[in-house]
Design a protein around this ligand. Sequence first.
Ligand code: KIV
Length: 298
Amino acid sequence: MTQAPAHPPAAGSASPYGTLPAAPPQAVRKPVSLPRLREMHAQGEKITMLTAYDATFAAVADAAGVECLLVGDSLGMVCQGLSSTVGVTLETMRHHTECVARGLRRAQATAWLIGDLPFGSYHESKEQALRSAMVLMQAGAHMVKLEGGGWTTETVHFLVERGIPVCAHLGLTPQTVHALGGYRVQGRGDEAAATLTSQAHALQDAGASMLVLEMVPAALSAALTKELTHCATIGIGAGVGTAGQVLVLHDMLGMNLGRMPKFVHNFMAEAHSVQGAMQAYVQAVKQQRFPVDALHAW
Ligand code: KIV
């Protein structure tokens, strides 16, 4: 894939569009790396993650101190107006990953960048998964995310062995929404909890260094978080007990004209700027004021 050359403006000229600086400002923190994320996990410091789909929001999130940016396939709904993530293609994910990576380079370039492998891009074989992961890594991702447990374990091992950090994703896995029968809480009841637990352990053993837990009961997420000492759980609708939290950017900025999911808080409501809302999110997660199990979890 040929990459369009970057055309930096001539010295002294400024773009009339957007908010990106012409040159990166002095970084105020070290780039977030896998060892740094492991250290945070080991020390019990909460990890903050938001989704990002374009250069400007990525740069602002980086400046706000968000540690991890996920180019999620939620962009299907957020940016493309689709009704699910099923229609998102690898080419679309490559494009947005490249935009976010470019935005980070124009800002402080400190955030850890995760590219989401879309539906159908890793399902055929582990070799297909490797080819798809390479596309996102070459677009600027530091890690790839894929959904599901059981059959994905071998794929995770294959990618990790080849030097590609992997974030797994269990609980509500939106790419399989039709099989799940809707956007529902997962892992309820002894049998479902035991399956989710054994899949999570297998993914950790395969080398996944992060695990998104989406719409999973808070007690189960907290128990799993204690058990998984080498894999940081990142919750969304999974309670305060996970090693970190993620929200979809537009949701936490209150840009949702439909019904806001129970696990979301609108951080823009009390902020004066997008960067302020992101900073408030980072602080609330670090201080364990968000999420509140009684309000945002099951
Ligand atoms: O695609 C996405 O944005 C995600 C998050 C909701 C975790 O997978």
